[in-house]
Write a protein that binds this ligand. Structure first.
Ligand SMILES: Nc1ncnc2c1ncn2[C@@H]1O[C@H](COP(=O)(O)OP(=O)(O)OP(=O)(O)O)[C@@H](O)[C@H]1O
Length: 407
């Protein structure tokens, strides 16, 4: 039986945006909805059926099993693809594209995508891959140090950490508008990255090695789909920060070793390549970092407060064993003050807003139902340990209408 593995209550999701508009001859309609005239069809004589729905979305219960039945049982495809084979093939592919002498650069954030891409590159061409990590002054507490430990000390990747904290913070001075913050960070990032790339190029020229010809990007399959299928409003909801905005004059050819993989596959790849669980399972972190988690102006003092609160929050989530159940969690600093009391003194200090969401695709998300005792511990540690904060609130808004980030 083809469908024996499906659960009894198998619901599927149908989008009315995508419509079958005509059916081939020999078919007739067997089901419609208010807006879909060809929701299900069948051939007049042969055992052929057509049903319109999206098996790939999470709302379709058993969607994966339906796809599996189709590919394996109906089409009889063999399951030959394995991640370890992928590694070998991809390394050979990179070598054949890059050749024996050429150099490759890439921006490595310390996140799972760019780190996995960098590791593959390192395995393929060794130190001819030059990774650049830009310390923009708004990364999490200890983030650069941990990235160095993991990527350089443990994995041997040729990575330059460019400390540009002061430059970012001085460009951000006086700016409170979210989109402006993102733009400034994006532009400063590109300037710093290009200067670092030029320094590598100059060093290559001085030592007689060929100049940089390729740029590594950790593009994943969902990014490929999104850039092909709709470049519309989603691109302007927030200005995304990545190296796609590099100036034309760099004229580098792109290498994207992860462009056929989904996030869970990249994690599996990271694990096979020997990365620590901490990196492989790290929550996504926005390029503009803590800057968009500090509402209002981003100053050194505000960064220090937000960083400390966030560190405590994540530490307690990990201690409670909840980190992997949560898709993304962070502490934001709200630029409002409230009255409080510490010891026998009245305080007038800022507020920390905790956010934690559960989601499978980041398109929609629910706030995470923390056990009260965990929230209690987090709140009391932040109020006691972070100077300048006397109140902690928990964000109980889902996406939509709220977004995961505050800015
Ligand atoms: N501080 C940084 N230093 C170097 N590169 C960065 C930095 N921030 C972002 N990038 C680059 O921009 C890309 C996109 O950043 P984004 O924040 O959207 O992360 P992402 O797509 O989740 O990837 P990753 O998992 O590698 O962080 C990163 O993969 C990396 O190449």
């Amino acid at each position: 039986m083809l469908f024996e593995e499906l659960s009894n209550e198998s619901k599927v999701w149908m989008s009315h945006g995508d419509q079958v508009t005509a059916i081939p001859s020999g078919f007739r309609v067997i089901a419609t909805t208010d807006t879909a005239p060809f929701a299900a069809t069948r051939h007049e004589e042969k055992p052929l059926f057509g049903i319109q729905f999206h098996p790939e979305v999470t709302h379709s219960i058993d969607g994966k099993q339906i796809l599996k039945n189709f590919v394996i049982k109906i089409c009889q495809a063999s399951q030959k693809w394995t991640m370890s084979e992928f590694i070998g093939k991809e390394i050979n592919r990179i070598r054949s594209i890059v050749g024996d002498k050429n150099q490759v650069i890439g921006a490595v954030s310390g996140g799972v995508d760019s780190s996995v891409a960098a590791k593959l590159m390192h395995l393929a061409i060794g130190d001819r891959f030059h990774g650049i990590l830009v310390d923009n002054g708004v990364m999490r507490h200890l983030e650069c140090e941990q990235a160095k430990q993991m990527l350089v000390d443990k994995m041997g990747i040729n990575l330059k950490i460019a400390n540009a904290s002061d430059r970012f913070l001085s460009n951000l001075a006086g700016i409170t508008e979210p989109e402006k913050k993102r733009k400034i960070i994006g532009n400063t990032f590109i300037d710093v990255f290009e200067e670092e790339a030029k320094a590598i190029d100059d060093a290559c020229a001085a030592s007689g090695t060929p100049p940089i010809e390729f740029l590594l990007q950790g593009t994943l399959y969902p990014d490929v789909i999104e850039s092909i299928s709709f470049k519309g409003p989603s691109a302007t909801i927030k200005t995304h920060h990545n190296v796609g905005g590099l100036k034309e004059n760099m004229k580098l050819k792109l290498i994207e070793p992860l462009r056929e993989l989904f996030k869970d596959e990249v994690r599996e790849l990271g694990r096979l390549l020997g990365m620590d669980d901490d990196l492989v399972w790290r929550h996504p972190f926005p390029g503009p970092g803590i800057a968009i988690r500090i509402l209002g102006e981003v100053t050194k003092e505000q960064v220090a407060i937000a960083r400390k609160a966030d560190y405590i929050y994540i530490e307690e989530i990990k201690k409670a064993g909840l980190y992997r159940q949560i898709a993304q969690a962070y502490a934001a600093l709200l630029p409002v003050k409230a009255v409080g009391v510490k010891g026998d003194k009245r305080t007038y200090e800022q507020m920390i807003c905790l956010r934690a969401v559960e989601t499978s695709d980041f398109m929609t998300a629910d706030w995470f139902p923390f056990p009260y005792d965990v929230l209690k511990r987090i709140s009391s540690r932040i109020c006691n340990e972070v100077e300048g904060v006397n109140r902690v609130v928990y964000d109980v808004s889902s996406k939509p209408p709220a977004t995961i980030e505050l800015e």
